[in-house]
Design a protein around this ligand. Sequence first.
Ligand code: HEC
Length: 166
Amino acid sequence: MIRIVSACALAGIVLLAAQDVSPRAQTVPAQGAKEIAKQREDLMKGIYRGYYRDMSQAAKGEGDAKLAATKATEAVAQLKKFATLFPPGSGREGAPDTRAKPEVWTKRAEFDAALDSLVKETTAFGEAAAAGNADAMKASWAKVAEACGGCHGGPSKSGGKFRFEE
Ligand code: HEC
């Protein structure tokens, strides 16, 4: 696993080096890149605590389904904002601490599809919660968790397709 991750990191460095020879007209200045990377890091850090935790509780039958439905709607708004926080130049070339992998930019269609899938599953969860359908919530929650895995592993330090391991 470590080997695979470092191979990915190496591939990333090669990609970054390759990007250096291309015109940088569209890239954000380093300072802006760091700020925007911080915004998306904070958003992701807060997304479980702020929204998905209540959904997870409700899925287990321990929480408030109506609250979970509201949280699902709010989470979708957060995810739509997240999508706007990846301007070119805001990978490690501009924001050295970011955990976003170069693949976010080189495989943007796949990244967008992974995000769309989380939006879709979160919306479905919200509908199940609004209807107070416990079975549908449970089934839907499993798909939400799976959709997080489209970009990275579960534990917060884990890596994945679009996130460097910490
Ligand atoms: C479309 C891809 C994508 C999906 C889906 C996704 N994430 Fe993330 N996540 C990222 C990226 C990229 C980062 C690294 C951001 C950075 O450092 O700039 C990240 C970082 C994180 C972090 C670490 C923040 C930090 O300290 O750096 C947490 C926690 C997290 N995500 C939770 C979740 C949860 C929970 C879900 C599902 C509800 C989820 N993510 C779904 C792309 C995604």
